[in-house]
Design a protein around this ligand. Structure first.
Ligand code: FES
Ligand SMILES: [Fe+2]
Length: 390
C-alpha cells in the first residue's frame, strides 16, 4: 500500500486511486495465504496519547474536520419517500435531512428560525415541519410557509427565514452532509468509488453511547491484526488473523477481511472470480464513518464524538430487496447477526479498556505497525486536515 503525505481534498485530487477489482483482491489474498503475509504500509505510525485526551484537539477535529468534510449522514434507504426525514446531531450540530417532493434530499440546521426549537426529531415522514413551540411551519424544501398570528412580527420577510441549509449530496446510496468550508461537496466526492448502490432497504437503526474516544473506536474497524486475539470465538474461526488487503483512496481507506470460504475461488478462473460473500470490506469514509459489507447486510456506522471520552455509535443496517430481516441473515458460519454483534461487543470492550488506560501515563504514544497501515493513513490525513489553511 502506498501512502501519501498530504491531505488535498480538492477536485481532481491526485491521491484518489481506483480500488482493486474482485479478481485482483482475490489474487492478493491468495498470495498472502500462500506466503503467510499481509499488506504492509511503508512505515509504522506513532500517535501521541495526548491527541485522545485533549479537549482542544477534539474541538479542532469537530470544527475543522468533521464539519468541513462531506460526511455520510445516513443511507439513502433511510429516506425512501417524499417527506422521509432523519434528524440527528452530526459533529455536535443538530441536522435535519429530508427528501423533498421533487425527490431531492436537502439538509438543514435543525433549528426553528423563530427561537431555535428543533423542528424534527428522530426519523419519520412528514408533509411539513411544524415547530412545536409556536407553530412556525416549514415545507420539505425548508421554506417558511406559515407563521401563526403573523401580525405580531411587523416586517417579517418569510422568504429570508427558511430553515438554514447545509450542503447535501446524495451519491450512490449515501447522503453526505457538509456543514462548513468553501469547497463544494460535490467536488470533494467526485472520485468516490461505488459504495452502496441501489436495491438496499433500511432494516434497522440503532444507537448507543460508548465511553471511549471516537478515534479509538475508529481504529478498531480498520486493522485485522487483532482478529485472533480479540475475536477468537467470533471472527477468527471464519476469517484469518492479520491477513488483509489495505487500500487508500483520497482521505479514505478500504480494509478487506477475507473469509476462509474464499478458498473456493481457487478453482474459478481469475477473470470470473466474484468475492461476494467471501469477504468483508470495511470502508473508512474519512473522518468518522465506517461502511462494512457482510454476505446479507451492509452496516453504516457513524462515530459521533460527544466528548473526549464519549462517542455515540450509530448503526444503520441495510438489507437487499425483500430479503430476510436481520434475525434471518446468514453468515458463512451459519451464525449471522449474532456473530457480528458478538464481534462488535468485543471491539467495544477493547476500546473502553484503552480509554481507561489513557490517563495512566504508561504510554506517551500508541504505535501502529505496518500491518495497521490504514490507521496510519487516518492519523496522517487527520493531522493534515487540521493543519490545512482555513
Ligand atoms: S421557536 Fe419555533 S415557533 Fe417559536
Ligand atoms: Fe475487531
Amino acid at each position: 500500500m502506498v501512502e501519501k503525505d498530504s491531505f488535498e481534498p480538492t477536485k481532481g485530487d491526485e491521491t484518489m486511486t481506483i480500488l482493486a477489482d474482485d479478481g485482483t483482491v482475490a489474487q492478493r489474498i491468495f498470495d498472502h495465504i500462500d506466503n503467510r503475509t499481509t499488506d504492509l504500509s511503508e512505515t509504522s505510525w506513532r500517535e501521541p496519547v495526548e491527541n485522545y485526551r485533549s479537549t482542544e484537539r477534539l474541538a479542532a477535529e469537530i470544527e475543522r474536520v468533521l464539519r468541513r468534510h462531506p460526511v455520510p449522514f445516513c443511507p439513502s434507504a433511510a429516506l425512501p419517500d417524499s417527506g422521509s426525514y432523519v434528524a440527528r446531531d452530526a459533529a455536535q450540530t443538530p441536522i435535519l435531512a429530508v427528501r423533498g417532493s421533487d425527490g431531492q434530499v436537502r439538509a438543514f440546521r435543525n433549528a426553528c428560525r423563530h427561537r431555535g426549537t428543533q423542528v424534527a426529531s428522530g426519523a419519520g415522514c412528514e408533509k411539513a415541519f411544524v415547530c412545536r413551540y409556536h407553530g412556525w411551519t416549514y415545507g420539505l424544501d425548508g421554506a417558511l410557509r406559515h407563521v401563526p398570528h403573523e401580525y405580531g412580527f411587523p416586517g417579517l420577510d418569510k422568504s429570508a427565514r427558511g430553515l438554514a441549509p447545509v450542503e447535501c449530496v446524495e451519491r450512490d446510496g449515501l447522503v453526505f452532509v457538509k456543514q462548513a468550508g468553501s469547497v463544494p461537496v460535490a467536488d470533494l466526492l467526485e472520485e468516490l468509488p461505488p459504495l452502496v448502490g441501489a436495491g438496499w432497504r433500511l432494516l434497522d437503526t440503532s444507537q448507543g453511547e460508548v465511553p471511549a474516544n471516537w478515534k479509538i473506536l475508529a481504529e478498531g474497524f480498520i486493522e485485522g491484526y487483532h482478529i485472533r486475539s480479540t475475536h477468537a470465538q467470533t471472527f477468527y474461526p471464519v476469517q484469518y488473523d492479520n491477513l488483509n488487503v489495505v487500500e487508500t483512496f483520497g482521505p479514505n481507506s478500504r480494509v478487506t477481511y477475507p473469509y476462509r470460504a474464499i478458498e473456493k475461488l481457487r478453482t474459478v478462473p481469475p477473470a470470473e472470480r466474484s468475492t461476494d460473500g467471501k469477504l468483508t470490506h470495511v470502508y473508512h469514509l474519512f473522518p468518522n464513518v465506517m461502511l462494512a459489507t457482510f454476505p446479507m447486510n451492509m452496516f453504516l456506522v457513524v462515530l459521533e464524538p460527544l466528548a473526549i471520552d464519549r462517542t455515540l455509535l450509530l448503526t444503520y443496517t441495510l438489507g437487499k430487496g425483500d430479503g430476510p430481516p436481520p434475525g434471518g441473515a446468514r453468515s458463512p458460519t451459519g451464525r449471522g447477526p449474532e456473530l457480528i454483534d458478538a464481534g462488535a461487543v468485543e471491539d467495544r470492550a477493547v476500546a473502553c479498556s484503552i480509554q481507561r488506560s489513557l490517563a495512566s501515563g504508561a504510554n506517551e504514544f500508541f504505535e501502529f505497525g505496518r500491518c495497521e497501515g490504514a490507521i496510519g493513513h487516518f492519523h496522517r490525513t487527520l493531522d493534515a486536515a487540521l493543519a490545512a489553511p482555513r
